[in-house]
Structure formats: C-alpha cells, structure tokens
Design a protein around this ligand. Structure first.
Ligand code: PMP
Length: 433
C-alpha cells in the first residue's frame, strides 16, 4: 500500500531513480523520453551540470535566510537578470515557491495598488472561462475552470467573473473572420466591465498562450491589444499568467512579446527554475511600484520561503544557461521542426482535430469526429489514454483538458526541454504517432 496521497488513489506511478537530459529511468529499468518536461517545467532537461553546481554551491554557503533580515546573493542577481533591462516597463520582481503563489501575489498586489491609489471600490477580477491559474483558493477563484472549481465554489473568493477565451477552433463562427471574432470578444469584455462597473474592476487575468485548459492556444492577432486598450480605458491592471508559456517556451523570452503588449504584472514559474527547485514569482511594472512607493512604501504580502536562496540560485543558473546558450532561438528552430513533424505525421489522423501551439509548446486536440469536431464522450478521457499508451512506448506527454459545453476537452501537450536535439524531436513525434 502506498502511504502517499496522490491525485488518483488507484494510480501507482513508477518510481523514478535517475534522470539526465531528456531521459528519465524508473526502478524497473525502463527509460522514457521526457516529451513534456513534466508539466512544461523541465526547460533544461534533467541534471544540467551548471544548475546542479549552482545549487550545490548555494546549499554550502547560505541555504535559507528570511527576507525580514537578509536576502541571499543570487536573489538580487535573479531580479537583475529578469527585469534589469526593464522589459515592457517591468522593473521589479518578487519570488515565491509556485505558480499558484505567484498568482496570489499578483492579485493581492493589484488590490493593494487600488487601495494605494485611492480606488477602494476596485475589488473585482475578470478572468476567462476554461482557464486555470492555480489550485489555491484565490487562484482557483480567478480562474474559470469548470472542472476544478465546482466542489470549492462556496469557499472561493466571490469577486470574480469570467468571459469567453479566444478559442478559434471551437468558438470562431463560420460567418466571421479573425478580426470580427476578436471584435466580438472585445465587445464581450467591454460589456462585462460595464456589467460589473468599470470602477470596480481591479484586474483582468489571462494566459497569452493558454496551456493546460485549451491545449497551447495562442490568441488571434490583435486580441491582446484590444484587451490592453479596454483595461487602460477603465484603469484596470492587466495580469498575464506566463507560468506555463513564459521564459522562452513559446520562442520569445516572454510570450507577450509576440502580442505587442506588456502586462502590468506578469506571473512566472515553471520555466523559471526548470523544476530544479520550487520557485515562482511576479514581475511588476514600474508605475505600480512608483505608486506604492509614493503611498505606504510597503509590499503588504509575504511568505516564509519568499526569495529562497537555493531556489533563486537554481533559477539564476537556469536563466543564465538559457541566455548564454541562446536557447530561446533554439526553441524557435526546434519548435518549427516539432510543428512540421506533428502536422506531417498526425495532421490527417481521424481523431486529431487541431494541432496548435508556439515554440516548443504544442498540443493536439483529440476528437471523435474530425469533420464535425465532436469531442469524445465524457468519461472516455482520450487524453489520459494517449498518455498511458505513449508512456508504455517510452514517451511522457502531458494530458490536459478544459471544458467544452460541459464536455471535458481532450488535449495532449508536448513541451520538450529547450535542449532537445533534432533527433529528440523526431523520436518524440514518432513515438506519439
Ligand atoms: N498558472 C498556470 C497557467 C498554470 O499552468 C499553472 C500550473 N499548471 C499554475 C498557474 C499554477 O502553478 P503551480 O502548480 O506551480 O502552483
């Protein structure tokens, strides 16, 4: 009997005993190629020597200090690496231990900003349906996940509502082009601001490329510019959740660069520490910091493990390797290969409805009927079946899903480490096919 409380009581995961590069070996001697970096986490693969050395050094010098007294040496350096060049006006960073904690920090900072700027009525966050921003109560409340929310609905913060995501495969009408669809979504968001009361909305939150719930879904061109314009007009902050799609994953360091708009607060996590240590964080616009400086001068939020020295040392090493080895460019190159290979090998498969993504962040939407886009019936869980079947053949892919008209959507996600070679990508797609 396992004493471990896992998601599925009947599941007995293999015991991993060693991992290096893209390969993970389990106790029974089996080797699997890590095609998704876990949940789009292991951007440098496993056991990268530079990261291991940075962690070892930090553990031997300062393992833990509390930010009330000290910061560890790599913490400032990590902030400098991420916001020293003030990308999109983001000037400050704060580090926590996970993506969910990052979202909580973002929401609380948005509320603090409202208070410090004399707008106490701003307490509402607008998110999108079929979104996931984390599993803590605040993050679950901001998200519009129809699978994970219901059991906890009574205990979630109430000041949130949700509009439609940009999901052309299923929601763009046949009688509208991309521009008309984007305009319809913008109109819906504007109407939601009006319904809530524009002076009550503190923030809008969305993923630039939706990972877990919609299967690597980028927005159509112009969508985020329209969103930014609506937020600005009503004085609400734009929070972009780049927990999954950020830090190189989509072929630019930040996914928002491809949208031509920058957020007020950006949430980061998975690719930040690459799984070497639990770490997440927020990057914050200078104007928010300036307002707080002019007000209380206090960041009213904190965690015991905020800016953990070992986690920050690991993340700093990961980010330096990404920069020094030009891995974001590499993601763009390998990403094109992954796209082409997936479309060539699986583009005509009768149960593959759509193949979409960016960089090394690709998903397939699985359908029962390609012509009508009819999903598999609830309970079939085709994404989970594909996961098990590919795992048995030596590939780890990540099953994800949202909710489509009450039916759970089936996607399998591929997010290979940025260090994947041409041969690795071919092997991943062959195993998937
Ligand atoms: N936001 C997004 C977009 C995510 O994909 C996730 C995790 N899958 C989270 C937030 C929460 O991150 P964590 O699991 O590290 O708390």
């Amino acid at each position: 009997m396992s004493r471990l409380l896992l998601r599925n009581f009947r599941e007995r995961p293999d015991v991993a005993v060693s991992a290096s590069g893209l390969r993970i070996r389990s106790a029974d001697g089996r080797e699997v190629i890590d095609g998704s970096g876990g949940a789009a986490v292991a951007c440098l693969g496993h056991a990268h020597p530079v990261v291991l050395e940075a962690i070892r050094k930090q553990i031997e010098t300062v393992c833990y200090v509390h930010t009330g007294f000290y910061v560890g040496e790599p913490v400032e350096a990590l902030a400098e690496q991420l916001v020293g060049h003030e990308p999109g006006g983001l000037t400050h960073a704060y580090f926590v231990s996970s993506g969910s904690e990052g979202v909580e920090a973002a929401l609380k900072l948005a509320r603090q900003y409202a208070l410090e700027t004399g707008q106490p009525r701003r307490e509402h966050v607008i998110g999108r349906r079929q979104s996931y921003h984390g599993n803590t109560l605040g993050a679950l409340g901001a998200g519009g996940n129809q699978v994970r929310r219901p059991p906890y609905a009574p205990i979630l913060p109430g000041a949130s509502s949700h509009v439609s995501p940009c999901y052309p495969y299923r929601e763009q009408r046949t009688d509208e082009d991309a521009a008309a669809y984007v305009q319809r979504l913008a109109n819906e968001l504007e109407a939601e601001f009006q319904r809530v009361g524009p002076d009550r909305v503190m923030a809008f939150i969305a993923e630039p490329v939706v990972g877990a719930t919609l299967g690597c879904q980028p927005a159509l061109p112009g969508y985020f510019r329209a969103v930014r314009e609506i937020c600005d007009r009503h004085g609400a902050l734009l929070i972009l959740d780049e927990v999954m799609c950020g830090l190189g994953r989509t072929g630019t360091l930040h996914a928002w660069e491809q949208e031509g708009v920058a957020p007020d607060i950006q949430v980061i996590a998975k690719g930040l520490g690459g799984g070497y240590q639990p770490i997440g964080g927020i990057l914050v616009a200078g104007r928010i910091i300036a307002a707080i400086e002019a007000g209380s001068g206090l960041h009213r939020h904190g965690h015991t493990y905020a800016a953990h020295p070992v986690a920050c040392a690991a993340a700093l090493a990961v980010q330096q390797v990404i920069r020094d080895e030009n891995l974001v460019e590499q993601v763009a190159i390998r990403g094109r290969q992954l796209e082409q290979a997936l479309k060539r090998r699986l583009g005509q498969h009768p149960h593959v409805g759509d193949i979409r993504g960016r960089g090394l962040f690709w998903a397939m939407e699985l359908v029962e009927d390609r012509e009508t886009k009819r999903p598999f019936a609830p309970g079939i869980g085709m994404n989970g079946r594909v996961k098990l079947a590919t795992f048995a053949r030596g590939l780890a892919c990540y099953p994800v899903g949202g909710t489509i008209d009450g039916v759970r959507g089936d996607h399998v996600l591929l997010a290979p480490p940025y260090i994947a070679t041409e041969a690795d990508i071919e092997a991943i797609v062959e195993l998937m096919a």
